[in-house]
Ligand binder design. Structure first.
Ligand code: 5AD
Ligand code: SF4
Length: 348
């Protein structure tokens, strides 16, 4: 285990004009080299860990791309009981994890009060040492405030695509404007804010891909997660052609150049599309890994896309595997909380 090293330097982010020039003209290898360099300058050799817990796969939404959308009747639905969640969190905490990401579908049986009680229980169990990231769908500004009051630290809402028409079409009429307002609300409520997008959605043009990056920069996000769209056979998008992973690698590198301080995960979707997809993301500027600690008996039913990796094992055991995966990249796993640098300074 290594403690997070002090910030090395504070390199300047590239501006929109430079990012646009690189987006259209640089090779993937050139982008990855630049992204990797800035990443190690800012974040050192550390790869932060976040334990991911998929607590419910019930969802009232019907996003066209998602395997657990409301209308997919083939899904075996589940909700993990709080005491089981806390057992898993205790095991993760004992193994050294200091951030837990509580992620689920938009489940009406998890109103804000229930989420708040869960956050409080996690904080108590981990003596206030672990950070809690919530990814529990869109809520009101007041509800985000209540979750912050309960002790939650971070909130994730991906904007999915920056194209307003495509967004509404893929998300069952829901608007990009509302999604961005929700993100803003999480920030003003006091959360560290995360968002992101998928690459290779049908109808996505190069201009949209570039705008996705520029939007992340304008939003000054603390965390950005991106990954390839992987068509799910039980969704309306089942026949969409799979795009290569390269777009996602280019995306990570450009994001790193746009947002040097931001925490960027090497996502499971990248590891699913290609065995070394997460390593490629780290080598292009990602600095976070998210072992999935959902118990194996539930994990198999949280299939947003097919072929998800590590289905048969506990993510806690995966940590040793992750350690050997990052070593050839001259990186080491880091067990710090990994707050956003703007917050980390205030917490010391
Ligand atoms: N392929 C890849 N990523 C997906 N997500 C949802 N469905 C898919 C898919 N078919 C992503 C979305 C969502 C996150 C939790 O998972 O970006 O926000
Ligand atoms: Fe529900 Fe999220 Fe899937 Fe949309 S992407 S259907 S909101 S779980």
């Amino acid at each position: 285990m290594v403690k997070q090293e002090k910030m090395k330097t504070n390199p300047k982010a590239l501006g929109p004009a430079e990012l646009t020039e690189l987006f259209y003209n640089a090779t993937t290898a050139e982008l990855a080299t630049m992204g990797n360099k800035i990443c190690t300058q800012v974040h050192g050799r550390n790869v932060l860990l976040r334990g991911l817990l998929e607590y419910t796969n019930y969802c009232v939404s019907n996003c066209l791309y998602c395997g657990i959308r409301r209308e997919n009747r083939k899904v075996q639905r589940y909700r993990i009981k709080e005491n089981r969640l806390l057992e898993v969190i205790q095991a993760g905490f004992d193994r050294g994890l200091r951030t837990f990401v509580i992620q689920g579908g938009e489940d009406p049986c998890y109103p804000v009060e229930r989420i708040c009680r869960l956050v409080e229980a996690i904080k108590q169990k981990t003596r206030g040492e672990a950070a809690v990231t919530l990814s529990c769908g869109m809520r009101s500004r007041e509800e985000y405030g209540e979750m912050v009051q309960a002790g939650a630290d971070r909130y994730l809402i991906r904007f999915e695509t920056s194209d307003p028409k495509l967004h509404a079409c893929l998300r069952d009429g829901k608007t990009l404007k509302d999604r961005l307002q929700a993100l803003e609300d999480t920030r003003t409520a006091g959360f560290q804010t995360g968002s992101g997008f998928m690459l290779g959605l049908p109808g996505e043009t190069p201009e949209v891909r570039l705008e996705n990056i520029l939007l992340c920069q304008r939003l000054e996000l603390d965390m950005v997660g991106i990954g390839p769209f992987i068509p799910h056979p039980d969704t309306p998008l089942k026949h969409v052609k799979q795009h290569p992973i390269e777009d996602s690698i280019r995306g990570v590198a450009l994001l790193r150049l746009a947002l040097p301080q931001t925490h960027i995960p090497a996502t499971t979707a990248a590891g699913t599309l290609q065995p070394d997809g997460r390593e490629q993301m780290i080598a292009a500027g990602a600095n976070v890994l998210m072992p999935n600690i959902t118990p194996a008996d539930f994990k198999k039913d949280y299939l947003l896309y097919p072929g998800k990796i590590c289905l048969d094992e506990s993510g806690i055991h995966c940590i040793n595997d992750l350690s050997s995966r990052v070593r050839p990249l001259d990186r080491e796993l880091c067990f710090d909380r990994g707050d956003a640098p703007r917050i980390a300074g205030m917490r010391q």
